[in-house]
Ligand binder design. Structure first.
Ligand SMILES: [Zn+2]
Length: 176
């Protein structure tokens, strides 16, 4: 079922088009359309006969001048967001040192714990497996631990860089 409204009928009349059956049925049953459709064709023809108006040559400048204060307000409002984006790209040396110091201090503890773990593993496996197999398994495990250590310590600068904007936001909105 097609829905026909007053604007459909009045637009067709204003454009000088023939009304189809649905539009004609609406006009016949609608008091608003009956009232407005009387003069709408003549009004549309009168408007079409008016001389064409060309915009003033300096309209671009005038619109920009009128909008200048609004644009400046928007730029001021966006400045903190842009500053936050700028911080993402820079790696703050102080934050990096603050993140690396505990990691470096804990490193010897990590090494001692790993060596102890490897010795226990070697003793346990040596009791049930041939010596060469035990050594190979323990060395493989040591290599895995070393790789994980490199991965974790190598990720610290990346994590600091990622976290810098969040810390900046926290200091501004929550406090240090
Ligand atoms: Zn109508």
């Amino acid at each position: 079922m097609s829905t026909v409204d007053c604007p459909d009928v009045l637009t067709a009349l204003a454009r000088g088009l023939e009304l189809d059956a649905a539009l004609e049925r609406h006009r016949a049953s609608c008091a608003d359309c009956a009232m407005h459709s009387v003069g709408i064709g003549a009004v549309a023809r009168a408007i079409a006969a008016l001389p064409a108006v060309s915009p003033p040559p300096d309209i671009d400048e005038r619109v920009l001048r009128a909008a200048a204060s609004l644009l400046a307000d928007n730029a001021r409002a966006a400045a903190p967001l842009l500053a936050g984006h700028a911080r993402v790209a820079t790696l703050d040396g102080r934050s990096l040192v603050r993140a690396l110091v505990p990691a470096v201090l804990l490193f010897p503890l990590l090494v001692v714990a790993d060596v102890w773990l490897l010795r226990m593993l070697h003793q346990t496996l040596a009791a049930i497996l041939p010596g060469a197999l035990t050594t190979w398994l323990v060395l493989s495990y040591a290599a895995l631990l070393a790789a994980l250590g490199c991965f974790v310590f190598g990720a610290i600068p990346l994590l600091v860089e990622r976290q810098a904007p969040l810390l900046g936001w926290k200091e501004e909105h929550v406090g240090p």
